[in-house]
Structures are given as C-alpha cells and as structure tokens.
Write a protein that binds this ligand. Structure first.
Ligand code: ATP
Ligand code: MG
Length: 422
C-alpha cells in the first residue's frame, strides 16, 4: 500500500489554529490514525477543504480573521457533511453553547486537554461522520427504491386504466356483434333462403350464382360473428363444463361428417385409431368437438393435397387420455411455435390469407388453437405441440379421465377466447 492509498483509507482530519505549536502537537498525536492536515488561517483551511476529502474539521475559537464558530457556521452551509468541532482556551462558554444548540458545531473541547481525552473526542467525531454517511447512503437507497416503486405504481395504474378501457370496448363490441351484426346477417340468410325457395327455378343462372355467393358469404360471416361472440363471452355458457360420457366412436363419426367434404376436396384421408380404454370419455361434448375440429381443420389446411392425417385417441393411464392429431404438412417455424396458442395469432401471408376453410395454408383469424387450449384447460387438461418445419405437426391434448368443474381461469390478458370452429 503506498502512502496515498494509506491516507485515503484513513479519515482526513483538518486542524485549524494560528498557533503552529498546537498544530504540530496535534499532527503528531494523530499522525498514525488519520490523514492530518493543518492550517494556520481560515483562508488556508478553505483551500485545503477544496483540495481534500475532509471528514472532520477541528478549529480554535480564537482566530485572527474570524471566530472559530463563524468559520464553522460558514462550513455548515458550504460543506454540511463535514463534522465540525471546536476547541477553545478561554471561557466564552455561552457563545459555544449557542453555537452547538444552533447546530453549527458538533462538539467542543476546552484547552488544555489530556491526549487520551482528545483522542476519544476525535474518534467520536469520525464515528459520527461515518454514521451520517451511512445514513445518507441508506436514505438515498430508500429514495431510489421509493422512486422505482412509484414508477411501477404509475405503470400499473396506467395498465389498469387501459384494461378498463379495453373492457368497455369489449362490452360495446359484444353489443355490436350480438345485435348490430347478427340481425342483418340473419335477414340476409333469411331472404336468400326465401328467394331460392320461391323463385329458385325461375331465376336466370347468373342470379342463381349470385344468390349462392351471397348465401356462402353470409353463412361465413355468421360463423365468424358467432366465434367472436363466443370468444368474448366471459360469463356465458362457454365458461362452464357440461360433463357427460361421450361415446367416442359416435363422436368421431360426427367429426368425420363435418370434415369429410374438406378431406375429399383436398384428396386427403384420415387415419383413425381409438385405443382400448378410450371408448368412452367424460367431457363436455361440444367443447371437445370444437377442440378436435380446430385441430383437424388446421391439419387439413396445413397438409399437402393427397396426404394422410392421423387422429388417435388413447388412454395414457388411469388418470389421463390423450387425443393426438398428426399431420405431415408444412410444419411450424420454431420462432412461431410459442405464439400459435395466442389469440389472433395467425401467420399472415397475403398470398394465402383469406377466409378459406380448408384450402392449402389458408390461415384464418387465429382463434382455433387459442380456443382449443382454453377448452383443454377448462377440463383440467393441457395441449402440447411438436412440429418441424417442412415435416409436419403433432398436437396432443391430455385430458383427465375425471375432470372437475373448474373455476374459470381469467382469459388471456389481451383478448379472451371462445370459439366455434368453421
Ligand atoms: N397443423 C398445423 N401445421 C402448420 N401450422 C399450423 C398448424 N396448426 C396451426 N398452425 C399455425 O398456427 C396458426 C394459428 O392457428 P389457429 O388455428 O389458431 O388459427 P388459424 O387456423 O389461422 O385461424 P382459425 O383457426 O381461427 O380459423 C396458424 O395460422 C398456422 O400458422
Ligand atoms: Mg385454425
């Protein structure tokens, strides 16, 4: 350790007195314990204070330019962290007491002093300095922690406000979807039906074609509106489970009835495997149907023409059954896998994106998997995916064999979800 380092580890002690002998005696007394600086005048003391990191100043009361108390009061304003002590040889004690009471001076010692007393006195002054510095440091930490807390609080209340607004927007949107949108759609569907029924044969082929276009589009519109409505409906029938024993063979038949036309269009086939022990499952049939249909429709859309898709329902053990939908289609890029269960996540591609239901890579609005996940979780189950881009995907839903009516968990923050598939 060099001299400078050694000095900096010791506290710096400035002694001010116009008598060189006293300065010399004190410097010698404290040389080993502190980095001692001495000044014979206030002017010199000020200079040393600017140049060094002084912790304790001890000054004589009687100085030529000003009294020790005056100097220490000045120091209190300019360098409040320095501990100020006074020594005095004559007995103007009432001034000293006033100065201490007013906080200009930390302590005073009267001359002549015993070296032991002076040592103790100075040691206490340095201890006081350290305690104060530690207190300031802790206060600073506290203040910065407080500021952080205030900042977090502000963020939280902003987020809360945003949520409230979103909630209001959602209610208004629900109103619009349930009434403003559904009513005209119902009228459209009704009139096209009526027109076709009453005038079907008499209509020229171009009008029949237009009618069929209106028909298909309004049904599609109705489907989308239904899905959004069900997705946003937090308190409706879609938050409770209606558990019943499902005959899986019949259940799969009804799924096939719905997807067969699409499989046929795409020249694809479905390989079905119902394992022993999985002939009956206790679940909410509508939700399980939606869930499987979403997975199967995705498998159809993201497989190539002519490929086979596999549906397997099997008992894993006494507690769980697994429903697996496997395809050998385009697969999912690694960077998308973590997001595919998010509401409205759909890998948008203007070339492919349209309201197509089963055509190759026709993305929808990105509700299917979010709803599948929610329905699985409502049963106390979970859904998991394994996929490799270019090789295909493998979705597995694990359901408990004896699900309980769950407490409905809050919906994903951004957008809640219920979904009826195509
Ligand atoms: N079997 C699959 N193979 C490849 N990608 C898939 C598969 N299933 C889902 N994806 C990807 O995950 C995205 C989200 O799927 P999800 O079913 O939620 O939405 P969607 O099918 O696009 O629309 P929706 O189901 O609402 O009509 C899809 O857009 C697609 O990019
Ligand atoms: Mg889908």
């Amino acid at each position: 350790m060099n001299e400078t380092q050694a000095k900096s580890r010791r506290g710096t002690f400035l002694v001010v007195d116009d008598e060189p002998d006293i300065l010399d005696a004190i410097a010698r007394l404290f040389r080993r314990d502190y980095h001692v600086l001495t000044a014979q005048s206030v002017k010199q003391a000020r200079k040393l204070i600017e140049e060094h990191d002084v912790e304790v100043v001890m000054t004589d009361q009687r100085m030529p330019e000003m009294t020790g108390i005056q100097f220490l009061s000045e120091l209190r304003r300019t360098h409040p962290h320095i501990v100020r002590v006074l020594f005095t040889g004559y007995s103007n004690i009432s001034d000293v007491i006033d100065a201490i009471n007013e906080g200009h001076v930390y302590r005073y010692i009267s001359k002549p002093w015993k070296p032991v007393e002076l040592r103790l006195f100075v040691a206490q002054a340095f201890e006081h300095f350290r305690t104060q510095r530690e207190r300031d440091r802790l206060l600073e930490q506290l203040q910065s922690a407080n500021e952080q807390l205030e900042h977090q609080n502000a963020l939280l209340s902003a987020a809360n406000e945003e949520l409230k607004i979103l909630d209001r927007v959602k209610s208004v949107f629900m109103e619009i979807v349930s009434h403003e949108l559904n009513t005209p759609i119902a009228i459209l569907v009704g009139y096209t039906y009526l027109l076709r029924k009453e005038l079907g044969d008499q209509l020229p082929s171009v009008a029949r074609k237009a009618l069929s276009g209106i028909d298909t589009s309004s049904v599609r519109l109705k489907n989308i509106s239904n899905r959004i409505f069900k997705m946003l409906d937090d308190d409706g029938a879609h938050t409770t489970l209606e558990l019943e024993w499902i005959d899986i063979a019949k259940f799969v038949d009804s799924l096939c009835e719905q997807i067969d036309p699409f499989l046929e269009e795409r020249g694809q086939s479905l390989d079905i495997d119902i394992g022993t022990g999985a002939e009956h499952i206790l679940a909410d049939e509508d939700k399980l149907h939606d869930l499987c249909l979403n997975l199967l429709m995705n498998a159809i859309k993201f497989s190539y023409d002519g490929q086979t898709i596999a549906l397997q329902i099997a008992k894993c053990n006494d507690e769980q059954v697994a429903i697996t939908v496997r395809d050998f289609g385009v697969g999912i890029p690694d960077e998308d896998v973590s997001q595919i269960f998010d509401v409205f996540f759909s890998t948008f591609n203007s070339g492919h994106h349209s309201s197509g239901q089963f055509e190759f890579q026709k993305r929808g609005i990105g509700l299917g998997l979010a709803v599948a996940k929610r329905f699985a979780e409502m049963h106390g189950g979970r859904i998991q995916v394994e996929s490799k881009e270019g090789k295909g995907s493998h979705f597995t839903v694990y359901l408990p064999t004896h699900p309980e009516q769950p407490e409905v968990s809050p919906l994903p923050q951004r957008v809640p979800s219920h979904h009826v598939p195509h």
